[in-house]
Design a protein around this ligand. Structure first.
Ligand code: MLC
Ligand code: AMP
Length: 508
């Protein structure tokens, strides 16, 4: 039916002939939506995009609250041959400005409350069209959709065509747009569906944001490809998720979900009928894994992925799900551990940088050929920047990062971006941004700041100054003013020493 469009075909395959099958329960409205109704709306979205002049390959930037209409827009964009470009709702207007300038989208869809702020930003970036959608699903996006008929004939798209661009923060402070093809998205979700035994009987509690890989390309795509259904929540709330467990079979979440759920009452009873709990996007503490098993009897299945690669490894569905490991390379994914300096493959058991190759790997960074060449080898292996090893039973363990990255509640923050903004503030000589352990978010962004000679700096002034330019999750949870930063003999700031000194801040 959608056979000429690679990803749309994969998303629709399991529900062909099952139009009445239940795709989702919308928590906010209490309404359910069938596969037939969903795809009819996605077709209307595609027709609206084409009517607005969107051509194959055009980017559609989307910074909106999590709603069903946005899922329809995602599938509509795929059907129209466009490139879906979702943005974190936490980004400020100045952050959005960068993405619009870089990606050159033809359409921006935003929350009406941000319209006044984003209109000049979009105009400056040459974005010709702006539509809106609010949390209650009102806005010009749904008006545009409702003005169209269903029955849109999908635009032909091959496996190598782009389906999405997802921005991921970069070491230099400049975010990079990972170009994801129809093949990468379709093949990875297909593999996960089989590996995790998803079927049409599954009901997934969907509490993740849909502007990242985890919520969109893992949770949503896998459910649709299995022909299953979702309980679609606007955000994560531990009690709400617990309460839905009685009607569900599976949950996918970041470690913070599990940490918070463990603090709710009645978890063991609630979780009894569930089939599967998946964790990823950040390391799950062995302690959380053990507590979960003790309370619920379920072993959380931890997997490892990235924006650039979707999912790479997973603990087994059948067999031991080992705490502190991310399991085995998925079918179709080759993984090797390499010397960070020479790139030479290391022996089993040795620690090095993980490199992966397979259909899941992205096509490169948007308009950044040098970055692409530096991270994606000619032979197709992608250098992840994660440090790990393969143990004697073949399980992959991630032991650290060769990249200066902080992961807070499943969101990535590159210290450089925060340091550059702090260093620009009046009275600041220099700064170092590090992660300190945090019981809720795993890691907390922490800024160690050195004032200029004679300047008096207050942490709250620094916090205030960052508010306008930095998404909330990137803003430091802790700010410490010091006289100087520790340096090694080469003059390089010793972040390890800082991490050791301030490791207790997150537990205060
Ligand atoms: C919210 N805040 C955060 C934060 N999330 N701060 C740091 N890190 C985060 N992750 C801010 C809020 O704005 C608020 O600020 C304060 O922290 C407390 O908010 P909260 O109400 O406790 O947070 P909540 O809204 O409940 O969000 C927490 C969360 C959410 C964990 C539910 O962050 C989340 O859904 N994370 C999932 C991220 C994700 O999907 N990652 C996948 C990336 S894909 P204030 O000012 O009000 O105090 C990827 C690849 C892969 O990594 O392998 O999957
Ligand atoms: P992102 O750039 O948002 O896609 O984040 C990808 C990064 O998240 C990876 O490079 C890892 O560092 C980290 N990550 C994802 N899953 C896991 C996991 N299960 N354990 C440890 N780190 C993880």
């Amino acid at each position: 039916m959608y056979s000429e469009n690679h990803l749309a075909c994969a998303l629709r395959a399991a529900s062909i002939g099952r139009n009445d099958a239940h795709l989702l329960l919308n928590h906010q409205t209490g309404e359910t939506q069938s596969y037939g109704a969903f795809f009819a709306n996605a077709e209307r979205m595609a027709a609206a995009l084409v009517a607005a002049g969107i051509k194959p390959g055009d980017r559609i930037a989307v910074q909106v609250p999590k709603t069903v209409a946005v899922l329809e827009l995602y599938v509509g964009a795929v059907l129209a041959g466009a490139v879906f470009l979702p943005l974190n709702t936490g980004y400020t207007a100045s952050e959005v400005a960068y993405f619009l300038q870089d990606a050159g989208p033809n359409l921006l869809v935003c929350d009406p409350v941000n319209l006044a702020k984003l209109t000049p930003v979009a105009q400056q970036a040459g974005v010709s069209e702006i539509w809106t959608i609010a949390a209650d699903e009102t806005g010009t996006l749904t008006d545009q959709r409702n003005a169209q008929q269903s029955g849109f004939h999908p635009v032909a798209r091959m496996a190598d065509d782009l389906a999405a661009i997802l921005y991921t923060s970069g070491t230099t402070g400049r975010s990079k747009g990972a170009m994801l093809t129809h093949r990468a998205l379709a093949s990875n979700s297909q593999v996960l569906k089989d590996y995790w035994h998803f079927t049409r009987d599954d009901v997934l509690i969907h509490a993740l944001p849909i502007f990242h890989t985890h919520g969109l390309f893992v949770a949503t795509n896998v459910t649709m490809m299995a022909g299953g259904s979702m309980i679609f929540l606007p955000n994560f709330d531990a009690e709400t998720v617990r309460d839905y467990m009685g009607q569900a079979t599976a949950l996918m979440g970041v470690p913070t979900f599990y940490v918070r759920l463990l603090q709710t009452h009645g978890l063991p009873d609630a979780a009894r009928g569930m089939r599967l709990f998946v964790s990823g996007s950040a390391p799950l503490l062995a302690e959380t894994h053990d507590q979960w098993r003790a309370q619920t009897g379920h072993a959380i299945l931890e997997r490892y992925g990235m924006t650039e690669t979707n999912m790479n490894t997973s603990n087994p569905y059948v067999g031991a799900r080992r705490a502190g490991t991310v399991g085995f390379p998925l079918p179709g994914v080759e993984l090797k551990v390499c010397d960070p300096k020479t790139g030479a493959e290391l022996a089993q058991g040795e620690i090095g940088v993980l490199e992966v190759r397979g259909d899941n790997v992205f096509a490169g960074y948007w308009k950044m050929p040098e970055k692409t060449a530096a991270e994606l080898r000619d032979d197709g292996f992608f250098i992840t920047g994660d440090l790990g090893l393969v143990d004697d039973q073949g399980y992959v363990q991630i032991v650290g990062r060769d990249k200066d990255l902080i992961i807070t509640g499943g969101y990535n923050v590159y210290p450089k971006e925060v340091e550059l903004l702090i260093d620009d503030l009046p009275g600041v000589n220099e700064s170092a941004v590090i992660a300190v352990p945090d019981a809720d978010f795993g890691e907390a962004v922490t800024a160690i700041v050195v004032p200029q000679n004679g300047a008096v700096l207050k942490p709250e002034d620094i916090a205030d100054a960052l508010r306008e330019n930095l998404a909330r999750f990137k803003q430091p949870r802790h700010i410490v003013i010091v006289d100087e930063l520790p340096r090694n003999t080469m003059g390089k700031v010793q972040k390890n020493a800082l991490r050791e000194t301030y490791k207790g801040l997150g537990t205060n």
